[in-house]
Design a protein. Structure first.
Length: 724
């Protein structure tokens, strides 16, 4: 691993010592493990990870304290320093449960790839993607800078690095030839890293807004100005229009800003007190340093609302709240001289949509992802536990749970003594039934994904046929993400689902939990045969009649035989074409195309890179990819786990494990898959898993263990499992 110069707040002596140990070691070799470095590698990568990311305001005091403590460390020997580092971080690492080595690897391998944006995404011709490969693009970042966010607008483009440097440039489409040849500096990129580091940024058609790491927001725009023409250093009485990037202007609010969004004419920000403010970026950009614009507060929002995301299109802005509801702000389209007359805006609740977990927007359309997930029992409070007990047929313990404020975590980890002493469950059969019900809710239950879209559909970016504009949210048909075999083997647990959505001018996309990338758009959807008009039989009959009358010199028998064969041939050809068209429509019930292989041909550490984000530009489609040591695309077999850890994959129930064992026993005949259940007379009895699953009527809540070749791989009482 090459030694990097990084700006950190830790003592340089410590970093020099660490770099001295690991400067000549490759990161891939460290991934394979090293007995000497095992004690300090997590602390080392925690330092490196924090050196590449922005300092969070809430942790500044903690870091100052840590700096003082580390400056007092003795540097007598290299081993003592590394041991002291390990001891300093050991407790914190155990509490955070973070793999800093993996987190750092994901940062240093983070790269951007691009493909042309004019690709026709035809679901009937997806085989044409086999020859398409994404090319790496450094986006003009300086040496050592790592891409965090890509911004693509109508007149402005930009890139934000993990180190907090934002670079904004004019789009090539708006640069006049005189600007490109004149070398007056108006086309040079503007770096916006001062006065503070940039935390996040957003872009509209010709405007950019960003938030720095102190919670202050700034706005800039691409504006047209008239400049004089010079000849031999003398200004002529001739003026030409030129597009330039304005200087950043501060958005003046009383509270710090946590979210910002830019549309076609209006921009919005959300302050820490969950109030929404709006302003006109182009007007703000033209004000000189002696004037400023005070944003207008958006009306209609309740006082107790908590906003977690905001996205803007040219016609509408949507707000996502913590209770998974949507609010919208309609944008009028006034004349340019009355653009301020629409303010202040009023937000309205979109009652039709609920359980929304993610939103996205571009100039022409918006997307909202709906999924009603059921959280794990570990995340339940007392009220949720009581509600679940009544639904499961256990109303008795409800009073004790309310009185003792028993949470879902306490119920999940309860043993027989706890259930007896705290919940008053004296019967063993009742306790076994309760544990059986607990096993069903240990895992987060992922709900069905529904994707809503509305706005411009001229290029099929919403996947809906024969409608170029959709004013209200409508469901978009989605591909089948999970096979029936995978659902059976995992008991419905190892499923794929949508985790992020993105909008573009002509496209839409989503990325799944397992890392698959699906795109749609830039292709006018075809009508299905049911939507098309059937051919007119009258015209066909007239044509055949004309041909029949035109045949001369044939006798009557030959003429009938001749046309009879022609009729059969034409009828057969028409039927074949109809069948082919019907099968074509049956195969493609949606308009999405899987683009995963296009962006993941490159590798890091021997694994395919995963796509974390898609960005649509006017000329390119960008994908931010990174190495992930736990690639979900490579999973599917038994994965070893040391023990059950809260917060990770929860302890699977017997109904999940037995289905997996039945499936695996059919594939691996040489292995012995057995199940151990509790018999009331004989005690613990061991049986072949297939025989038990097919021929036994013993309830699964009496299953205590599963064994593979005599080794226990699942134990109910100990909550131990080496499978998932």
């Amino acid at each position: 691993m090459e030694q990097q110069e990084v700006d950190i707040s830790f003592p340089k002596e410590i970093m020099m010592r660490i770099s001295g140990y690991l400067g000549n070691a490759e990161l891939s070799k460290l991934y394979q493990g090293n007995s000497y470095l095992a004690d300090c590698v997590q602390a080392h990568y925690r330092l490196l990870y924090q050196s590449l990311t922005l300092t969070v305001l809430e942790k500044q005091q903690e870091e100052v304290k840590l700096q003082k403590e580390m400056s007092m460390l003795s540097l007598q020997s290299e081993v003592s320093v590394m041991g002291q580092l390990k001891r300093e971080f050991s407790q914190r690492l155990e509490e955070e449960k973070e793999d800093w080595r993996s987190k750092y690897a994901e940062l240093v391998t983070r790269k951007a790839f691009q493909i042309p944006s004019n690709i026709k995404i035809n679901p009937h011709e997806s085989h044409s993607l086999t020859t398409l490969t994404a090319q790496q693009d450094n986006l003009g970042l300086p040496e050592g800078q790592i891409v965090k966010q890509i911004l693509q607008g109508g007149k402005l483009n930009g890139v934000l690095s993990l180190q907090g440097q934002l670079t904004v440039t004019l789009s090539p489409a708006v640069i006049q030839p005189s600007q490109a040849e004149g070398g007056d500096g108006s086309t040079e990129p503007i770096s916006l890293a001062a006065p503070h580091q940039v935390h996040c940024a957003t872009i509209g058609g010709q405007d950019v807004a960003y938030i720095d790491n102190t919670g202050m927001a700034y706005s800039l725009s691409a504006v047209e100005v008239e400049v004089p023409v010079y000849e031999d250093g003398v200004a002529l009485d001739i003026f030409v229009k030129k597009t330039v990037i304005s200087k950043p202007k501060l958005i003046r609010t009383q509270e710090s800003i946590k979210l910002v969004s830019v549309g076609q004419q209006y921009a919005f920000c959300v302050t820490s007190d969950n109030k929404v403010w709006s302003w006109v970026p182009t007007i703000l950009a033209l004000l000189d340093h002696t004037h400023h614009m005070v944003p207008e507060e958006v009306k209609g929002l309740p006082a107790d609302i908590k906003i977690v995301d905001i996205k803007s299109a040219s016609f509408q802005t949507i707000l996502l709240t913590s209770d998974k509801k949507l609010w919208r702000i309609e944008h009028p389209v006034p004349a340019s001289d009355t653009v301020e007359s629409a303010m202040p805006f009023t937000a309205t609740h979109m009652k039709r949509l609920s359980h929304i977990i993610s939103i996205s927007a571009c100039a022409g359309h918006l997307l909202a992802l709906e999924r009603n997930d059921i959280p794990s029992i570990y995340d339940w409070n007392s009220e949720q536990v009581i509600e679940w007990l009544f639904a499961s047929g256990f109303p008795g313990p409800a009073g004790a749970i309310k009185y003792r404020s028993i949470t879902g975590e306490m119920i999940a980890e309860a043993d027989d003594d706890y259930l007896l002493n705290n919940l008053g469950m004296g019967l063993e059969i009742e306790r076994e039934k309760l544990r059986f019900q607990i096993g069903k809710v240990l895992d987060l239950q992922i709900g069905e994904s529904k994707l809503w879209g509305w706005g411009n559909n001229k290029f099929g970016q919403l996947g809906i046929v024969d409608k170029t504009n959709i004013p209200e949210p409508k469901l978009i048909p989605l591909p089948q993400l999970n096979s029936q075999e995978a659902l059976f083997v995992s008991g419905g647990k190892d499923i794929d689902y949508i985790v992020s959505i993105e909008c573009g001018k002509r496209n839409s996309s989503f990325i799944t939990y397992k890392g698959y990338v699906w795109l749609i758009g830039n292709y006018i959807p075809e009508k299905t045969p049911s939507e098309q008009q059937p051919p007119r039989k009258e015209s066909m009959d007239e044509e055949r009649k004309g041909k029949k009358m035109g045949k001369k010199g044939r006798d009557e028998d030959e003429d009938e035989e001749y046309h009879g064969k022609g009729k059969k041939a034409k009828k057969g050809a028409a039927q074949e074409a109809s069948k082919a068209e019907e099968s074509k429509v049956q195969e493609v019930t949606h308009r999405w195309v899987n683009f995963t292989s296009v962006f993941t041909t490159h590798e890091a550490f021997g694994k395919k890179m995963l796509v974390h984000q898609i960005v649509f530009g006017s000329k390119h489609i960008f994908a931010i990819c990174t190495h992930s040591p736990t690639s979900q695309q490579d999973s599917g077999a038994l994965v070893k786990k040391n023990k059950y850890v809260k917060g990770e994959s929860k302890f699977p129930g017997a109904q999940i494990v037995i289905k997996k064992f039945v499936y695996l026993s059919g594939k691996h005949f040489h292995k012995n898959y057995t199940v151990c259940y509790m018999d009331r007379i004989r005690g613990l009895v061991e049986s072949e898993v297939k025989k038990f699953y097919i021929g036994s009527d013993i309830p699964l809540h009496r299953v205590w263990q599963f064994k593979l070749d005599g080794e226990v791989v699942w134990d109910r009482k100990k909550k131990f499992t080496s499978i998932y």
